[in-house]
Design a protein around this ligand. Structure first.
Ligand code: CP
Ligand code: NVA
Length: 317
């Protein structure tokens, strides 16, 4: 009999590439338990006395508040570190920042522009490092998405997920997450905005092991057809504001998720979006505010999966 995983093999969580299928299941099952405990008012101070540092190079609502609240609910503390307020802004290196923070903190979560910054932080920190969004990946978001899909549809394996929009950080980890959990994913992205080849190749290879098919196409209707889950994200990620006009010209109207798109999906299909959303751009209001949408459940689940990740990386479960 296969033994169930009870801990994570890597020190850090920089992308879903760092987790095996069993480890993803472990996070989801612990998140489910912690969610129940939180909802029933049962204390779960698994991180008593621990401190998380949260470095932000970019703005955030969900990531900042869910990590900070999650630490508090687990009996620990979180310290918010705006990248512009620490010595990083005056040229102290990431290496020295990582070494210093490791002297005080038990874990670091960082939201950065360049993925290599978080890789460097993880290399030079002796404590676990969690990616709270980089230009390449958003693993905590995808863990929340997987928990939400599991809650909605019971089993992940065999489901069909449609991504319609930018082949961005969220799409990248979603591909890996689908591949590792046996969901098939078709990503419809405009030419020039597809996920990087390394990521889709890795996802395809992972998918072979679980029976998941990973496809990249330019055709949103092909992705949406018979999908169980339809997902999109902003066309203009943080830092890409200067490309607004050119991106709108490429993405609109073809890559907008609207009721017609949802009409192609299965009758009981759900709609997801990591938020923040721009109604009338990547999604219409009748979809994101309508019967298909599970975006608030998805946003709430950030809290529960991150609490699970924090406990697993700090080895307190
Ligand atoms: N989805 C997400 O990461 O939201 P924030 O940018 O508000 O953290
Ligand atoms: N792709 C978006 C996700 C925001 C949570 C961005 O990078 O801005």
């Amino acid at each position: 009999m296969k033994t169930l995983k009870t801990s994570l093999s890597k020190k850090d969580l920089l992308s879903l590439g760092d987790l095996s299928s069993d480890e993803i299941n472990l996070v989801l099952s612990l998140a489910g338990k912690l969610k129940k405990q939180q909802k029933s008012g049962k204390a779960h101070p698994l991180l008593h006395g621990k401190t998380l540092g949260m470095i932000f190079q970019k703005p955030s609502t969900r990531t900042r508040v869910s990590f900070e609240t999650g630490m508090y609910q687990l009996g620990g503390t979180a310290v918010y570190l705006s990248a512009s307020d620490i010595q990083l802004a005056r040229g102290e290196t990431i290496e020295d920042t990582a070494r210093t923070l490791s002297l005080y903190l038990d874990c670091v979560m960082a939201r950065v522009y360049d993925h290599t910054d978080i890789q460097k932080l993880a290399t030079f920190a002796s404590v676990p490092v969690i990616n709270g969004l980089s230009d390449a990946f958003h693993p905590c978001q995808i863990l929340a998405d997987l928990l939400t899909i599991q809650e909605q549809k019971k089993n992940l394996k065999g489901l069909r997920l449609a991504w319609i929009g930018d082949g961005d950080n969220v799409c990248n980890d979603l591909m890996l997450g689908c591949a590792k959990t046996g969901m098939s994913m078709t990503a419809a992205c405009p030419k020039g905005y597809e996920p990087p080849d390394e990521v889709s190749s890795l996802a395809k290879a992972e998918g072979k092991k679980t029976g998941s098919e990973i496809v990249v196409t330019e055709d949103p209707a092909r992705a949406a057809k018979d999908a169980d889950v339809v997902v999109t994200d902003t066309f203009i990620s943080i830092g890409k504001e200067g490309e607004r006009a050119s991106r709108e010209a490429v993405f609109l109207p073809k890559y907008q998720v609207n009721s017609e798109t949802m009409g192609l999906a299965k009758k009981d299909a759900i709609f997801m979006h990591c938020l923040p959303a721009k109604r009338g751009q990547e999604v219409t209001a009748d979809v994101i505010d309508g019967k298909w949408s599970v975006v608030w459940q998805e946003a709430e689940n950030r809290l529960h999966v991150q609490k699970a990740v924090l406990c697993l990386l700090m080895k307190t479960v």
